[in-house]
Ligand binder design. Structure first.
Ligand SMILES: Cc1cc2nc3c(=O)[nH]c(=O)nc-3n(C[C@H](O)[C@H](O)[C@H](O)COP(=O)(O)OP(=O)(O)OC[C@H]3O[C@@H](n4cnc5c(N)ncnc54)[C@H](O)[C@@H]3O)c2cc1C
Length: 591
C-alpha cells in the first residue's frame, strides 16, 4: 500500500508538535483491498458466527474450533503471516480491520485474537526459520490452534514473577508449573509458555498432547462464556531443545513486545462494539415510547447518544492514526532482510505509549458506551433476551487483560520519562518553553474569529502545554522516585490520553473538513468541539489538583495553569444536540 504519510511522527511526538499539524491516516484512506478484507470478515461473522451465538455461549463441543477453521479456510487468520509461510502478508491496518470485524462476537473474538496475535506472533517475530516453517502454515489456517501461557496463579501483572521452571536435560527441556487464565487452553495444539531458566525468564513452544501436559476445568466466567479459559498444568513436560523460542533470558522482550500489538488492536476492536451498540440504542430509542413520546426525542437520551459517539469516534481516530504510522514506517523496512522482524518490532515498540493509550481508552469507552446503551434499554437492557446484556458482560474483561488499565496507565508517563532520560524524546526544550511562557505572565487568549476549528486548535495546543507544565513539575519534585508516585503517574496518564484523543480527532476533522467543506461536516465539527473542550477542561483541572502535592508554591502553579488554559465558555449542549440529530437521522453511527 503506498503510504499517505510522507513524514511520520515518532512515538509520543504528538505531545510536542503543533496541534493538528500533521496528516493522519483515517478510515477514508483505506484501500479497496483493505475494505475487501473487512467486508469478507464481516460477511463471515454475519453468516457463520452471529447466527450460532447461543450455541457458542453454551460451549457446544467442538463448535468454536470448527468456526476458527472455517475462518482459517477463508484466510481471515492468515493476514499477518508472510506468504512464504502460507499467509497473506498484509499490513497492520488490514490486520486491525479484520480484528474489528471479528470483534462482533466476544468469545470468537478472543479465540481468534489469540490465534492471530499472542499465540502466533511470538513464533513469527522471534522464531527460527525452522520454527516458522514448522508452525506458521498450520496456524494460518487454524489447522493447529494456539494458546499463550504467561499468567500464573500467583503472578499476573507481575508476569516476570512466574514460578514455572524449565531445566535442560540432555537434548530436552523439562517444564514444570501451572499457568492460569489461558484462553483457547481447552482445544489448543500449540502453547507458547514462559518459564524461568535459573531465574532467566524464557519462552518456549510446547506441542499439545505431550505426556505431563494437561488443562484444568473451564473457568466460570462473568462474560465470554463461549471462550475456553483454563489452567495449563506442566508436570515434567519434555520438549526438544530446539523448541526454545528466542534465547534464554529473552522472555520479557518477547512477552512485552507481543503485548504492545495486542493492546492497540484491542483498542480498535472495541470501537466495533461501540458502533454496534450505538446502532442498537438508536433503534430501541426510536421504537420505545414513554409519556407518549419516542424516548429518542428526549434530550437526555440524545445527550447519551452524542457522548457514546464522541468517545467511539476518538478511539477510532487514534486507532487508525496509529495503524497508519506503523504501516508507513514498517513499509520502509527491507522485507527480505533476515532481521526484518527485529526492525518491525522496534517500530511497534516506538509507539508503546500510543498502544497503551488505545488499550485504556478503547476498553473504557466501550465500557461506557455499553453501559449507556443498556441504560437506554431501561429494564429490558438488564434482560438477557435483549442484545446489550451479553456484550456488556463480555467487554468488562477488556480492562483486565493485555495488562490491566492501571498497569497500562502507569506505563504511559513511565515510558515517556524513560525515553526522555535515554535522549530519545526531546521533551526538555518544550518544558523550558512552557516555563518561560508562564514566567512571562501573559494569559493565553482564545481566537476571536469564527474560523472552523480555530478554537479547537487553540484548546488542544494549550492542553498540551498544561500537560508539559505538569510533567515538568512532576519531574522536578519526583524524578528520583517517580515509580513510587503511582497517583501522580495515573493523573499524568489521564492527561496524556486526553491530549492524544483531542489531537487525533482534531487532525482527522481538519482533513475531512478540508475535503468536504465545513457545511457538510457539522456533525464531525461538533465531535471535534466536544472532544477538544473536554480535554482542555479536564487536563487543566487535573493539573490544578496536582498543584498542592507537587508545587512549592501551589497558588503560583495554579496561576500558571490558568494563564495557559483560561476558562473558555464553550456551548457543549448545542454541539451534542447537533451531533445527536445527525445520528438520529442516520439511525446508526454515521461519522
Ligand atoms: C478471560 C481472561 C482471559 C485471559 N487470557 C489470558 C491468556 O490467554 N494468557 C495469559 O497469559 N493470561 C490471560 N489472562 C490473564 C490476564 O492477563 C491477567 O488476569 C491480568 O494480567 C491481570 O493479572 P491478575 O488477574 O493476576 O491480577 P493482579 O495482577 O493480581 O492485579 C489485581 C489488581 O491489582 C492491580 N495491580 C497489580 N499490580 C499493581 C501495581 N504494581 N501497582 C498498582 N496496581 C497494581 C491491578 O491493576 C488489578 O487491579 C486472561 C484473563 C482473563 C480474565
Amino acid at each position: 500500500m503506498p503510504s499517505p504519510l510522507e513524514d511520520v511522527q515518532t512515538g509520543a511526538g504528538f505531545l510536542m508538535e503543533a496541534a493538528g499539524s500533521r496528516p493522519v491516516f483515517t478510515p477514508r484512506q483505506f484501500t479497496d483491498e483493505q475494505r475487501l478484507f473487512y467486508k469478507t470478515a464481516r460477511d463471515f461473522m454475519e453468516k457463520e458466527v452471529l447466527p450460532v451465538n447461543e450455541r457458542i455461549e453454551h460451549m457446544e463441543e467442538g463448535l468454536l474450533p470448527k468456526l476458527m477453521r472455517r475462518a482459517g479456510d477463508v484466510g481471515l487468520l492468515a493476514v499477518d503471516i508472510p506468504e512464504q509461510y502460507g499467509g497473506l502478508g498484509q499490513d497492520k491496518t488490514t490486520s486491525a480491520l479484520v480484528g474489528e470485524a471479528l470483534a462482533l462476537q466476544g468469545s470468537f473474538a478472543v479465540a481468534t485474537g489469540v490465534q492471530m496475535g499472542i499465540g502466533t506472533l511470538p513464533i513469527l517475530i522471534f522464531g527460527t526459520p525452522e520454527q516458522k516453517a514448522r508452525y506458521l502454515p498450520s496456524l494460518a489456517t487454524a489447522e493447529r490452534i494456539s494458546a499463550y501461557c504467561l499468567t500464573e496463579p500467583g503472578s499476573g501483572s507481575d508476569a516476570m514473577g512466574a514460578k514455572t521452571t524449565a531445566t535442560l536435560d540432555g537434548d530436552e527441556w523439562v517444564l514444570n508449573g501451572v499457568k492460569q487464565w489461558i484462553s483457547n487452553a481447552g482445544f489448543a495444539d500449540v502453547f507458547i509458555v514462559f518459564a524461568q531458566v535459573d531465574g532467566r525468564f524464557t519462552a518456549f513452544i510446547v506441542d499439545g498432547g505431550l505426556p505431563g501436559l494437561s488443562t484444568g476445568a473451564e473457568e466460570k466466567k462473568m462474560g465470554l462464556k463461549g471462550s475456553s479459559t483454563r489452567q495449563v498444568i506442566l508436570d515434567n513436560v519434555r520438549i526438544p531443545k530446539e523448541n526454545l523460542l528466542g534465547d534464554v533470558g529473552r522472555g520479557a522482550v518477547i512477552a512485552f513486545n507481543i503485548l504492545n500489538i495486542g493492546r492497540y488492536k484491542l483498542g480498535i476492536s472495541s470501537t466495533a462494539i461501540g458502533k454496534w451498540a450505538i446502532g442498537k440504542a438508536l433503534a430501541y430509542a426510536a421504537e420505545r415510547k414513554q409519556f407518549k413520546t419516542p424516548i429518542i426525542d428526549f434530550p437526555a437520551i440524545r445527550e447519551k447518544i452524542a457522548k457514546m459517539a464522541t468517545c467511539t469516534y476518538a478511539a477510532e481516530s487514534m486507532g487508525w492514526r496509529l495503524c497508519g504510522m506503523l504501516d508507513a514506517r514498517i513499509e520502509r523496512l527491507d522485507k527480505g532482510a533476515p532481521d526484518h522482524w527485529k526492525h518491525a518490532v522496534d517500530v511497534i515498540k516506538d509507539y508503546a505509549i500510543e498502544a497503551s493509550i488505545l488499550k485504556v481508552y478503547g476498553s473504557e469507552s466501550v465500557g461506557f458506551v455499553l453501559d449507556e446503551a443498556l441504560q437506554i434499554h431501561g429494564g429490558y437492557g438488564f434482560n438477557s433476551e435483549y442484545p446489550i446484556e451479553q456484550p456488556y458482560r463480555d467487554a468488562r474483561v477488556n480492562r483486565i487483560f493485555e495488562g490491566t488499565n492501571e498497569i497500562n496507565r502507569m506505563l504511559i508517563p513511565g515510558t515517556l520519562f524513560k525515553r526522555v532520560m535515554q535522549g530519545k524524546l526531546d521533551l526538555m526544550p518544550a518544558m523550558s518553553a512552557v516555563e518561560s511562557e508562564v514566567k512571562g505572565g501573559k494569559t493565553a487568549a482564545p481566537p476571536s474569529d469564527e474560523t472552523p476549528l480555530a478554537l479547537e486548535r487553540f484548546m488542544t495546543a494549550q492542553a498540551k502545554k498544561v500537560v508539559i507544565f505538569a510533567a515538568g513539575a512532576a519531574v522536578q519534585k519526583h524524578m528520583a522516585d517517580l515509580d513510587r508516585q503511582q497517583e501522580l503517574l495515573l493523573a499524568l496518564a489521564d492527561m496524556i490520553i486526553d491530549v492524544w484523543a483531542a489531537d487525533s480527532v482534531l487532525s482527522r476533522v481538519i482533513q475531512e473538513v478540508e475535503s468536504d467543506g465545513a457545511e457538510a461536516s457539522t456533525a464531525r465539527l461538533a465531535v471535534a468541539r466536544v472532544v477538544t473542550t473536554e480535554t482542555y477542561r479536564r487536563v487543566a483541572e487535573r493539573a490544578r489538583s496536582l498543584a498542592g502535592y507537587l508545587a512549592r508554591n501551589p497558588p503560583g502553579m495554579i496561576r500558571g495553569i490558568d494563564q495557559l488554559a483560561p476558562y473558555v465558555p464553550v456551548d457543549l449542549i448545542t454541539a451534542r444536540r447537533t451531533l445527536a440529530a445527525h445520528l438520529v437521522e442516520a439511525g446508526r453511527y454515521a461519522l
